[in-house]
Write a protein that binds this ligand. Structure first.
Ligand SMILES: C[S@@+](CC[C@H](N)C(=O)[O-])C[C@H]1O[C@@H](n2cnc3c(N)ncnc32)[C@H](O)[C@@H]1O
Length: 280
């Protein structure tokens, strides 16, 4: 079982390596995950002067959307990988957003005082944290009384063909090590109630969770495979283990399967996320 430091270091390296893929495919990723941001914002109760903290911000969402809704407020974007936050800064610059700072730090050791923020968001970051309970205690600590925490995670692979199609094809060539249920992986928080229990253990109230459908929309099975193989953490790691011939065989299986989702030149592959909200 790797230590917390080992997990943080391997995550930092992995996401630094994935950052170019996330920037390249930014608009498709943002369109796919947009409904989750909308759902999270509906429960965060953002005011014009909101002080907001975004955890595991990656390329900046949903934090930058909050910053736009809070023109007199302030956003802090945080992430373990400075390379991801550099992309967030470029996105903010492009979008003309200036009311924010970035901080490279781990979610379970936040360099902020108690009760500093009106709200905290964590979109698709929970599953990669070394100690999810310690991190949730940190989120609760930095929230002001009455402040809200809202996060999102992926539900089980069967409801996420946008990624499981690729993983099943990869498994025909790569012996995938069984996932440690308590270690970082995309589906670690998939069980109903998993994050709710963390919130309640950290003393949050009025906790609720609900599922939100998403769609990965690309222009062809080829584009689908190109983007998945360049930005999905599990896929990128697994593909490094095989040679080019095996990668080509995997690509063929994926494209054949994904073509079932193509209608009139548009490929729409569905997925399901879960959002969880709680109040301090
Ligand atoms: C799937 S990305 C999500 C990025 C963004 N929130 C979004 O939804 O587009 C996961 C992010 O978690 C970050 N991460 C992983 N471990 C972390 C940790 N211990 N503390 C903070 N961020 C971490 C990664 O660097 C990566 O940017």
């Amino acid at each position: 079982m790797p230590s917390g430091d080992e997990i943080r270091e391997s995550q930092r390296k992995a996401w630094a390596g994935l950052s170019a893929g996330w920037e390249k495919w930014d608009s498709i990723i943002m369109d796919q995950l947009g409904p989750v941001t909308t759902a999270m914002l509906e429960h965060l109760d953002i005011s014009a002067d909101q002080q907001h903290l975004d955890i595991a911000s990656g390329t900046g969402e949903p934090g930058l959307t909050v910053a736009r809704l809070a023109p007199r407020g302030h956003l802090v974007l945080t992430d373990l990988a400075g390379e991801m936050l550099d992309i967030a800064k470029r996105r903010a610059n492009y979008l003309g957003i200036t009311n924010f700072d970035t901080k490279t730090c781990s979610a379970d050791d936040l360099p902020f005082g108690d009760a500093s923020f009106d709200s905290v968001s964590v979109r698709f970051g929970y599953m990669f944290l070394p100690d999810v309970a310690a991190a949730t205690a940190e989120f609760a600590r930095v929230l002001k009384p009455g402040g809200r925490l809202c996060s999102s995670v992926w539900v089980k692979p069967e409801e996420n063909p946008w990624t499981s199609i690729a993983m099943q094809a990869i498994a025909t060539e790569v012996v995938l090590a069984p996932q440690d249920p308590d270690g970082p992986n995309m589906f670690r928080c998939a069980a109903p109630g998993y994050v709710t229990n963390l919130y309640e253990a950290a003393g949050l109230n009025d906790v609720a969770e609900w599922d939100v459908g998403v769609e990965l929309v690309t222009t062809s099975p080829g584009q689908y495979w190109e983007m998945i193989s360049e930005h999905v953490s599990l896929a990128v790691a697994a593909l490094k283990q095989v040679d080019e011939a095996a990668q080509n065989r995997i690509a063929k299986i994926v494209k054949d399967k994904v073509s079932a989702y193509e209608v009139d030149g548009v490929v729409r592959v569905p997925g399901m996320a879960r959002c969880i909200v709680g109040t301090k």
